[in-house]
Design a protein around this ligand. Sequence first.
Ligand SMILES: [Mg+2]
Length: 423
Amino acid sequence: MSLIESIEITPIAFRDPPLLNAYGVHEAWALRTIIEVKTRDGRYGLGESYGDEQTISQLQAVAPSLIGMDVFHLNAIRNRITAVVKQPDPKSGLEIAPGTLGATTVPRIFSAFEVACLDLMGKITGRPVCDLLGGKVRDSVDYSAYLFYKFDRHRFSDDPWVDRWGEALTPEGIVEQARKMIEQYGFRSIKLKAGVFEPEAEIAALRALKQAFPDHPLRIDPNGGWSVETTARLLPQFDGNLLQYLEDPAPGKEAMGQVSALTDIPLATNMCVIGNFDLPRALELDAVQVILSDHHYWGGLKATQELAYVCKTWNIGLSMHSNSHLGISLMAMTHAAAAIDNLSYACDTHYPWQEEEVIVGGKIAFENGAVRVPDKPGLGVELDREALAVLAQNYLTCGIRARDDVAEMRKYQPDWSGKIPRY
Ligand SMILES: [Mg+2]
């Protein structure tokens, strides 16, 4: 009943607005992969992961080796995946040498299957995934309004689709975007993706947000777009409790450590601490005070809980990072967050930026900026196979095979380098 009989891996593409960041701009289509792990009795468990060609080929290379394994035996599944991704598969032409694909390969591939197995375990036992993680400590999980500078439309796409958010290139545009997003979703925290314009212009947007939403905690994330010197110059402008935390102002642990020594503002990261291997040096430097976890690359929901214990031990704050994603990921994040007592901030999500879905019932609802933890068995979502077929067809026709914000930005600005730090 709990043995894996088959696995389906379906790459999908969905429309993505032209959101700006330190590297460039989002392309017209975002890629993901939907993972279905099936048992003989007709049950299936769902996972959602990255949709770049490399991840898809790694998922496909691993899947056959998991057939016949027990979905409850996650440790054995992780060991099997570790063994497979370290061996080049002559048939697929994969060259997976240790180190060449980064230390997050095994956690990234394992996570996709772990979530699907947890969904199945929940369906088999009649329990929600959060119960398999020790039970929920909250009934709903807070997310933040994730604001982006953006163009009005994809000027170089053949697709006539235009998103519903409009242009946001000024402080007024950002406040307007926040107003729309908060009105619709009820978010009670705000994050501004930065590193796009001169830092002073972005701080002006923060001040405008503070004036418009005085009770909403604010964060800014320049994605390592500022040098240590620039950040040092800017720090006095953040006084008066303007920021809840400052996310990845400068790139790398050493630079973050230098900034950290200059300020009491908590520094957050999803860039310089992306796995356990980053923790010793980051702790040594006191480089970060908040870690933004992400089960997609940290090794799954249980590994996210293990990170939470580390954060508790070292008195580090914890929240969640996101990439463009759909509802399976949102539910996985919600179950993990529900089962972590020291989650200290509202989680990030790109979810409002996407219109499409692959789950029955369409988009998941937010109430006061939060997602209710479902009490149905498993993740609490079912696959809409018609919707999946549409998004799978998008993948085949969209022409994108790996996210490339730099190349997309060069269409607008041919001399764009995408190098950080820019300022
Ligand atoms: Mg970030």
